[in-house]
Design a protein around this ligand. Structure first.
Ligand code: PEP
Length: 254
C-alpha cells in the first residue's frame, strides 16, 4: 500500500554507543508523533552490527528496521556476507537494494540486483530498490533512459503481486552526499516518469499504490518542498538521518 515513508540510511557510521543513543532519541521523539494517522512510516537502516539494537526496540516504538544490503544467496561460503534468512531471523523487515554506493564500490549491476530483489522478496523482506542516474547521464539528457533500464533489468521480471510489495527510491547519484539536491521539479518529473513506467507494465492500480521515495541531500530545510510533490512519497535520507533533531524534522515535513 502506498505510504508516506522516511527511511534513514546510516551507511557506515556510528559506534555501538552512538547508535544506541540515536535509536533511543528517535524512538522518544516518535512517541510524540501521530504516525499512523497520516499513514506514515519510519524505517531505520543502521549497519548490520546494530540491527539487533534496533529490532529489539522496534516492537515498542514507531519505527521499523531495514538492512542496507543483503546477499543474493541464502547461505554458504560467502565470507563477510549477510543473507535474507539471517535478516529475517532478526526481524528485519526492509532492505535497501541497489544503493549507488553498492553499484559503484562493490560492482553491483542490474542483473545481480534483480537476484537480490528476488532473494529479499522470497524471505518476506521488503526491498527499498534504489535507482538513479550519474551526473554525465543527466548532462547528456539520458537520465530517463538510465532509470528505465535499471527498473526493466532489476524489477520488471517480477510478477505483479511481488512488485506490489516493494518500495522504490529515486536517488540521482549527483545529489547523494553532495549537498546539491534535485529540485522539487526535477524529483517530481522523474517520479512521475517512474510511475508511468510502472503503470505501463503493471497497470494504473499498481502504479498508484507504489511508494516512490526521493533520496539525495534531502534535509530538514528542503524536505517539505520535495515531499509536497504529488509523486514524491517521502525520502531515503543519508547524512541527515544521523542526527535525531534533523531526522525528526524531516519526518514532520509531510
Ligand atoms: C543515501 O545515501 O541514500 C542518501 C540519500 O544520502 P544523502 O542524504 O547523504 O545524500
Amino acid at each position: 500500500m502506498r505510504k508516506k515513508i522516511v527511511a534513514g540510511n546510516w551507511k557506515m557510521n556510528k559506534t555501538f554507543q552512538e547508535a544506541e543513543n540515536l535509536i533511543i532519541e528517535i524512538a522518544d521523539e516518535l512517541e510524540e508523533i501521530e504516525l499512523a494517522a497520516g499513514n506514515r512510516a519510519v524505517i531505520l537502516c543502521p549497519p548490520f552490527v546494530y540491527l539487533e539494537l534496533a529490532t529489539d526496540m522496534a516492537p515498542d516504538s514507531f519505527f521499523s528496521v531495514g538492512a542496507q544490503n543483503m546477499s543474493d544467496s541464502d547461505s554458504g561460503a560467502f565470507t563477510g556476507e549477510i543473507s535474507g534468512p539471517m535478516l529475517k531471523s532478526m526481524e528485519v523487515e526492509y532492505c535497501i537494494i541497489g544503493h549507488s554506493e553498492r553499484r559503484k564500490y562493490f560492482g553491483e549491476n542490474n542483473e545481480l540486483l534483480a537476484r537480490k530483489v528476488d532473494a529479499s522478496l522470497s524471505h518476506d523482506i521488503c526491498p527499498i530498490f534504489c535507482c538513479g542516474e550519474l551526473l554525465p547521464d543527466r548532462e547528456a539528457g539520458k537520465h530517463f533512459d538510465v532509470v528505465k533500464q535499471q527498473l526493466e533489468e532489476s524489477l520488471f521480471h517480477l510478477k505483479k503481486e511481488d512488485f506490489e510489495k516493494l518500495i522504490i527510491a529515486y536517488e540521482p547519484v549527483w545529489a547523494i552526499g553532495t549537498g546539491v539536491n534535485a529540485t522539487p521539479e526535477q524529483a517530481q518529473e522523474m517520479h512521475a516518469f517512474i510511475r508511468k513506467l510502472i503503470a505501463e507494465k503493471y497497470g494504473e492500480d499498481t502504479a498508484s499504490q507504489t511508494s516512490i521515495l526521493y533520496g539525495g541531500s534531502c534535509n530538514a530545510k528542503n524536505a517539505q518542498s520535495l515531499f509536497a510533490q504529488p509523486d514524491v512519497d517521502g525520502g531515503l535520507i543519508g547524512g541527515a538521518s544521523l542526527n535525531s533533531a534533523d531526522f525528526i524534522k524531516i519526518i514532520n515535513s509531510f
